[in-house]
Design a protein around this ligand. Structure first.
Ligand SMILES: [Zn+2]
Length: 244
């Protein structure tokens, strides 16, 4: 049996599947990741401040002009779901109970049709008013002529529903994620080296039968997985789905 056949078999026998995904899931949609050689952290040098500092809650509060200039440049680009997002949505359509726990903020899993998505770091698809709490979609940000968006009702600044550096993860999302991981029979980890805490520690809650790791580079977690692929996610998912 090939590894792809084993992967397909694991999917077949599992009713509850959890997918734990990182930046590598969205790079095949054309989005930049954060930490690789051509990722945001090494290439965004024209802002006079490293991206980690721009995406810190302190920068949002003290220098929203800079924050939103960076935010618009990197997070408001129009992208489409790729083979991985589509494959996970397809598994759900086949009747599997699929929960996606993602470190990404691009909303592409929902765009592909997945209904149970835990966004650990929030989402760029919505914003809220820090004054009155009114919610806005990212379309409002795109249409706003001013760089820094403000509430149409109370005039306060809008903040993206994204977890910035210096902020805590949303407790409700964290507990939903852990519950999904703890109750899954199959856990697929994709496009992440599991280097970022605390999100990476969540996978320790897994009590199911099989763990599949799909990441282009080797990771410290590889030895814990039942099956490891050092290849593109889209390719592996596409091949596995053809066998179902
Ligand atoms: Zn308001």
């Amino acid at each position: 049996m090939t590894d792809i056949q084993r992967f397909a078999e694991m999917i077949k026998i599992s009713e509850r599947i959890v997918f734990f995904g990182g930046a590598g899931v969205s790079t095949e949609s054309g989005l930049k990741d954060y930490r690789s050689a051509d990722g945001i952290y090494r290439t965004a040098t024209e802002y006079g401040m490293p991206p980690e500092q721009i995406l810190h809650v302190r920068c949002f509060e003290k220098n929203p002009e800079l924050f939103y200039r960076f935010y618009r440049d990197f997070f408001m680009t129009e992208v489409l779901p790729n083979a991985t997002h589509n494959a996970l949505a397809a598994l759900e359509k086949m009747g599997k109970r699929v929960t996606i726990v993602t470190q990404n903020i691009d909303g592409l899993h929902q765009k592909a049709g997945s209904s149970d998505v835990c966004e650990l770091h929030g989402t760029t698809s919505r914003l809220y008013c820090v004054g009155c709490g009114k919610e806005y979609t990212s379309d409002y940000l795109k249409q706003e002529s001013e760089n820094v968006p403000h509430c149409c009702e109370c005039g306060s600044i809008l903040k993206p529903k994204v977890t910035l550096y210096g902020e805590m993860l949303d407790e409700g999302v964290v507990s939903r994620s852990i519950a999904a991981i703890a109750s899954a029979e199959l856990m697929i980890i994709g496009g992440t080296s599991l280097a970022v805490q605390p999100a990476a520690s969540f996978v320790r809650y897994f009590r199911g039968s099989n763990v599949v790791m799909i990441n282009k580079e080797e990771t410290d977690y590889d030895s814990n997985a039942d099956l490891v692929f050092h290849e593109g996610l889209g390719k592996i998912f596409t091949q596995a789905l053809e066998l179902l």
